[in-house]
Ligand binder design. Structure first.
Ligand SMILES: Nc1ncnc2c1ncn2[C@@H]1O[C@H](COP(=O)(O)OP(=O)(O)O)[C@@H](O)[C@H]1O
Ligand SMILES: [Mg+2]
Length: 211
């Protein structure tokens, strides 16, 4: 624990920053089993927002474990610390007026609730998105071959196989990725953001330009 530290207030308030940069930050928090579609949806959402001139930045579980969280494993304590750090980082991005999009399994409800409370205390909206697909579907997808390895005992503490996943009960957005396309999934999120006035409908490009 750090001691002898004092918060140093800035000279620009959150509201003034938002006004100057003409954007409000918030966090879109994806949760779901491995291969449920978090990264796929997060990437497509980020692309749509950026092409609309809205600053968004994706924090992806695997990528973050290459750097900031490379000293963490997959045991319960390290998973909690993984999510605690990302909650703080997402909050910082959102506080700076960026739309933070996180794509982490985040299997424990208590950890996701802590992330939400952290945002609420800072007056920053937090939108939980449940990327949901049944275990047999994600095992069949298995884009990285991880379920196969986990079932063979080659990966320990794998969510859904040998570690728990606590599904959200009141996520703001629930996307059944085995029932809707990626495009429809993204549209569902955009509809929510427009409805809650977090994003202005007039800003959104309706079609992502082809590369
Ligand atoms: N409707 C859908 N939404 C998201 N992903 C889908 C959908 N349908 C099929 N997929 C596929 O499921 C896999 C999801 O992988 P990924 O996005 O890496 O999952 P996660 O980040 O949750 O581990 C990808 O291969 C993707 O193409
Ligand atoms: Mg992913």
């Amino acid at each position: 624990m750090a001691t002898n530290i004092t918060w140093h207030e800035g000279s620009v308030s959150l509201e003034e920053r938002q006004g100057l940069l003409k954007q409000k930050g918030f966090t879109i928090w994806f949760t779901g089993l491995s291969a449920s579609g978090k990264s796929t949806l997060a990437t497509a959402l980020e692309q749509t927002l950026l092409h609309s001139g809205i600053n968004a930045y994706r924090l992806d579980g695997d990528n973050i474990r290459f750097g900031l969280n490379k000293n963490l494993g997959f045991g319960p304590d390290d998973r909690t610390e993984n999510i605690r750090r990302i909650s703080e980082v997402a909050k910082l991005f959102a506080d700076s007026t960026v739309i933070a999009i996180t794509a982490f399994i985040s299997p424990y409800k208590a950890d996701r609730d802590s992330a939400r409370e952290l945002h609420q205390a800072a007056n920053i909206p937090f939108i939980e998105v449940f990327a949901d697909a049944p275990l047999d579907v994600v095992e069949e997808r298995d884009p990285k071959g991880l379920y196969r390895k986990a079932k063979a005992g080659e990966i320990k503490e794998f969510t859904g196989i040998s570690a728990p996943y606590e599904a959200p009960e009141q996520a703001e957005i629930h996307i059944k990725t085995h029932e809707v396309s990626v495009e429809l999934g993204v549209q569902k999120i955009l509809d929510y953001l427009v409805k809650t006035k977090l994003v202005d409908d007039k800003m959104l490009v309706k079609k992502i330009p082809s590369p």
